[in-house]
Design a protein around this ligand. Structure first.
Ligand code: PEP
Ligand code: MN
Length: 373
């Protein structure tokens, strides 16, 4: 499906106040004072273009604070009127959409627990039909780029043109440093699939901890994301939701000073020549890699034929452990990260298994590496 989007949404839009494009505000609107005090402090930060606050909060457990509801929309209207900041809130069903539009909220975002559900996204898209509002779509909680694209398409099909995606990381069972796994390759794939769609990074929900917000923000900017959504609260430790990841507006200001803004391209001919030459070298090495993989797979197929003829299983765990161990040691001595070796060898191993499966099940018996039928 070809999406009709306003690609100028962020950089050329008159609400845009400068790099990085920034959406900030509390996880949840809690009281009118908290909302107004936070908004006034953020209004003094030049990059903040949109004030966010959750009115209806999707919470994991039923006894948590679930948002102040419709009453908070009046506070957002006050923020807009008094500070001039545009406003944003999360919508998770059609009633939320009607209420938010009625109160003049400028941007609605679809949260990670909603974008995962096509029925709910469709209900929201139907409620949005004909509305002149910005809609930002967070990635689904599971790492599925198709589901994310599906949600974007549903909203685009409802006639919304001013859209952006928000990368907020992905749930996983393993406990790791971050609350949600960034899986950067997924937003990168989204960029490849829909180049005109701006992508905003939400380092607050990726990190779950204010300590890591700077490093994630920097990475997003270095990957040429279009902006950031960072949670802020006038008194984070007293926040009713996501207390450990919110920044004070003062801390946000300080974080912005430390961010390095790199430019996505250059017109410096000398630099372009150097980069061009280095890129040629990369292309040569990539060709080598592909040729080597081809040779490796041919050997794997031969092994598959012997396994077939001698009736032994494809998966040989001890051999696999040995391969990984060898590769890790050699990779380390060459300065390659464990992550690279692990990902690379998992992919290579999977391909070898697929090839051997084919050999076993398709009756390939010749030993010269070519496929028989
Ligand atoms: C939020 O932005 O406060 C929120 C609930 O986000 P997510 O849907 O990414 O969890
Ligand atoms: Mn939050």
């Amino acid at each position: 499906m070809v999406l009709k989007l306003e690609t100028s949404l962020i950089r050329d839009w008159n609400g845009y106040k400068g790099r990085p494009f920034l959406i900030s505000g509390p996880c949840s609107a809690e009281t009118e004072e908290q909302v107004m005090e936070t908004a006034w402090a953020l209004a003094k930060i030049p990059q903040v273009s949109i004030f966010r606050a959750g009115i209806w909060k999707p919470r994991t457990r039923p006894d948590s604070f679930e948002g102040v509801g419709v009453a908070g929309l009046k506070w957002l209207a006050r923020v807009k009127k008094e500070t001039g900041l545009l406003t944003a809130t999360e919508v998770a069903n059609e009633k939320h959409v009607y209420e938010a539009l009625k109160h003049g909220v400028d941007m609605l975002w679809i949260g990670a627990r909603t974008s995962v559900n096509p029925f709910t996204v469709q209900e929201i898209a139907d409620a949005l039909r004909g509305a002149d509002v910005m809609v930002f779509i967070k990635n689904p909680i599971n790492p599925d780029v198709e589901l994310w694209i599906g949600a974007i398409e549903r909203v685009a099909k409802a006639g919304i043109r001013r859209m952006a995606a928000v990368h907020r990381g992905f749930s996983s069972y393993e406990k790791t440093t971050y609350r949600n796994q960034p899986n950067w390759q997924i937003p990168i794939e989204l960029r490849r699939r829909i180049p005109d769609l701006p992508i905003i990074c939400d380092p607050s929900h990726i990190s779950g901890n204010r300590e890591y917000i700077h490093e994630i923000s920097q990475k997003a900017l270095d990957l040429n994301f279009d902006g950031l959504m960072i949670e802020s609260h006038i008194n984070p430790s007293a926040a009713l939701s996501d207390a450990s990841q919110q920044l004070t507006p003062e801390d946000l200001k300080e974080l912005l000073l430390r961010l390095i803004l790199r430019s996505p391209s250059t017109s410096d001919q000398k630099l372009l020549d150097i980069l061009g030459e280095l890129r040629q070298q990369i292309d040569v090495y990539d060709d080598h890699l592909i040729d080597l993989l081809e040779q490796r797979m041919k050997v794997a197929e031969k092994i598959g034929m012997y396994k077939k003829e001698n009736n032994i299983t494809i998966l040989q765990s001890a051999r696999w452990d040995e391969i990984v161990k060898r590769a890790m040691i050699r990779g380390k001595s060459k300065g390659l990260s464990e992550e690279l070796i692990d990902n690379l060898f998992k992919a290579v191993h999977q391909e070898s298994i697929n090839r051997q499966m084919k050999v076993m099940n398709n009756g390939i018996t010749n030993h010269n590496g070519s496929e028989g039928k």
